[in-house]
Design a protein around this ligand. Structure first.
Ligand SMILES: [Zn+2]
Length: 391
């Protein structure tokens, strides 16, 4: 059995201990300030002597301080060692975990929610409630949770006897324990929990609900608190200010400004397509009815636009209609179509002759030719002569 010092004092960062055992992967001590994984909170990391501890777990009453198997300790059972936890990480988790108690306690009181799942990934938490909460309810829950923080209420823990546990109600995920450890937030919540918490709600600093999604008939919230919530605010403020500056609006006005920008972009795109369509219709009128029709567009034309163009121009051509864009240096993208010929079959000969590749259906093929404009024009000129002779 390891004496769990963090239960008496969650703020204990280091302690002296006697080594009980050293296995292939873990150190067991007579007493420890390391919190072993439990109640959704990860185990502490830190050092024992000069050995880095990467995790801690509880097994049959003993805390296993896990080390990297490549860095085996030099000490053995019976020796005295110094332990030290990674305090910044632990404190951040204490802030987060206490924040979760506040939110879960209030969700229970205000909306009758039971907490049916809790997970901490780093210091970002997910909390599952058995009832769905809509946006208005979530806003009031978050406000009430932060009001609890401003009031700086005390957070205490006590282990109850079985008799006490029966007559003093508490919220719990571990209600089958005979001697539950109850964490009480003054006037707000009583909950069974084995993890270390901050001593008053003020130390949580801030609680923020980042996301909510429907989950098993209830809701899953993503929550942050304390240092993590501050860091998140700072990061988002930098991003919001930068966007605000680009759009020449206050950070609080960026959402409608981005919405307006997207709408403007949509309108421009619509207008551009309309003008392109007009231009293609105009080109179509000018295009003589020939057996081969070749139209080069500006290099900025998209492959999609090339395809649209070839479909519009193809009925002016008895044979093959080709639209292209590109440059001699980079090659030419093309779209090819015909109302009479299977262009998929014909494209193989063309791409073979002009160092290209492509694919598509019997009526429209697209691809790329790695040849100069002069070579392409020459090839299709010869093709036209041959076709006219055959006609
Ligand atoms: Zn807890």
């Amino acid at each position: 059995m390891t004496e769990l010092l963090y239960l008496q004092n969650a703020y204990l960062r280091e302690n002296e201990a006697i080594v009980i055992d050293v296995t292939d992967t873990a150190i067991v001590l007579d007493r420890t300030c390391f919190f072993p994984e439990g109640g959704g909170q990860p185990g502490d990391s830190g050092t024992i002597g000069n050995v880095a501890i990467i995790d801690a777990r509880l097994e049959n009453g003993s805390v296993l301080h896990i080390f990297d198997p490549n860095e085996r300790p030099a000490f053995t059972a019976g020796e005295r060692v110094s332990c030290k936890i990674d305090w910044e990480k632990r404190f951040s988790r204490m802030q987060a975990h206490t924040g979760e108690h506040i939110v879960s306690g209030l969700a229970h009181t205000l909306f009758g929610c039971e907490n049916v799942g809790f997970h901490m990934d780093g210091t970002v938490m997910t909390v599952d409630f058995d009832r769905f909460l809509d946006e208005t309810q979530l806003v009031s829950l978050e406000k009430a949770a932060n009001a609890c923080i401003y009031r700086d209420l005390s957070v205490t823990a006590e282990t109850l006897s079985a008799a006490q546990a029966e007559c003093r109600p508490y919220r719990s995920k571990l209600d089958d324990l005979p001697n539950p450890r109850i964490v009480t937030i003054e006037g707000v919540d009583r909950c069974a929990c084995c993890a270390p918490h901050v001593r008053s709600t003020g130390q949580v600093g801030l609680v923020k609900i980042l996301a909510a999604m429907r989950h098993r008939g209830g809701v899953r919230l993503t929550l942050i608190a304390g240092e993590t919530a501050y860091a998140d605010y700072a990061e988002k403020h930098v991003a919001a200010s930068a966007i605000g500056q680009s759009l020449a609006v206050k950070p609080s006005e960026i959402a409608p400004a981005v919405e307006a920008l997207l709408q403007k972009n949509k309108n421009l795109s619509y207008e551009m397509n309309r003008q392109l369509q007009d231009m293609l219709l105009y080109i179509r009128e000018l295009t003589p009815a020939t057996t081969v029709n070749l139209t080069f567009f500006l290099p900025s034309m998209s492959v999609e636009a090339l395809k649209n163009a070839v479909v519009l121009l193809r009925d002016r051509t008895k044979g093959i209609c080709v639209t292209l864009c590109g440059s001699d240096a980079d090659g030419y993208y093309f779209a090819m179509s015909s109302t009479e010929i299977d262009v998929k079959v014909r494209a193989r000969a063309i791409t073979g002759a002009l160092n290209g590749s492509g694919g598509g259906r019997y009526d429209v093929v697209q691809g790329r030719l790695r040849a100069s404009r002069a070579q392409i024009e020459q090839y299709f000129k010869e093709l036209q002569v041959n076709q006219d002779e055959n006609a």
